[in-house]
Design a binder for this molecule. Sequence first.
Ligand SMILES: NC(=O)c1ccc[n+]([C@@H]2O[C@H](COP(=O)([O-])OP(=O)(O)OC[C@H]3O[C@@H](n4cnc5c(N)ncnc54)[C@H](OP(=O)(O)O)[C@@H]3O)[C@@H](O)[C@H]2O)c1
Length: 321
Amino acid sequence: MSDGYTVAVVGAGLVGEKIVFELRRRDFPLKELRVLARTARTTTLAGEEFEVGVAEPEAFEGVDFAFFAGTEGEKGAAVQLAQEAISRGAVVIDNGSDFRLDPDVPLVVPEVNADALEGHNGLIANANCSTITMLLPLAPLIRAFGVRRVIVSTYQAVSGSGREGVEALEDGREGVYPRPIAGNAIPLIGGVGDDGYTTEERKMRLESRKILGLPDLEVFATTVRIPVHTGHSESVYVETEREASLDEVVEALRSAPGVTFSGDADDFPTPLEAAGDSGTFVGRVRVEGNAISFWCVADNLLKGAATNAVQIAESLIGVRV
Ligand SMILES: NC(=O)c1ccc[n+]([C@@H]2O[C@H](COP(=O)([O-])OP(=O)(O)OC[C@H]3O[C@@H](n4cnc5c(N)ncnc54)[C@H](OP(=O)(O)O)[C@@H]3O)[C@@H](O)[C@H]2O)c1
């Protein structure tokens, strides 16, 4: 399309702002950029002033791509409005979890399974931020060496809970987390199921299975909220089918798309350095027989949300990923 695409961003929160930022930074071919939320107002996002419109069915007239970054659930933006946007001709890319496991909806991390976009029905789901961060380095290792099981512990930033999470850390806002977050580490993200796993932990298991096309993949996750503003970190242990040497693992990680790998033990990535960068950073790699351990970090609002969403749209229009 020579004169660009009409794009709507639904949600003017932390992720919505980063989608605007990424569309501009990556020079996405835009004809028009609309921002929609619950209430109309003038607001500044990523240094640009917008007349925010109300997210309602008519607001999607003429829209080619609609990025949803509102709330989840029955009354959430995507459940209420995604089909309205699709029926008006838009392709919807949803950051929430409502449709991720729907068999008719591709769940996509472009570096890992861009082929899943083929034959989509107008709705594409962006994966969970912790899942994306883990899969960038993990997928090439699994493809190279096979997999028996994955054990992961996360260290997740408060901006992963949107504006409320940041207010809980910076202003002591109550009711966001089950315990105070300042000076703490809270090993409970989401509700706990009968099996003892939280919703966040289940997302990491079920979304990884779908994205990798490995329906029996064992992923044992423990997800933890820590008092970091932005940047999710993860300690990942993967038991492989075949033994890999350290050199082979390093080679697989060095050539992994979207991964910046550091082989120097002193040069480990941290959330403070990863925040603001759209990449995924890996370090502290150890290999012992069939066991590979590594540390990975990504900005949860960028590669964990906005960057991945914009890359999906780029894949669809055939520009760079
Ligand atoms: N934060 C992360 O790291 C992250 C990562 C991956 C995915 N996600 C997902 O991305 C979505 C947005 O997260 P966030 O962190 O940006 O949240 P946020 O900072 O709390 O912002 C939410 C925004 O969505 C708007 N909104 C809520 N319900 C809406 C509705 N029914 N219709 C239209 N707009 C609505 C709000 O509008 P008003 O401003 O008018 O109230 C607000 O601007 C969530 O589904 C979240 O799970 C977040």
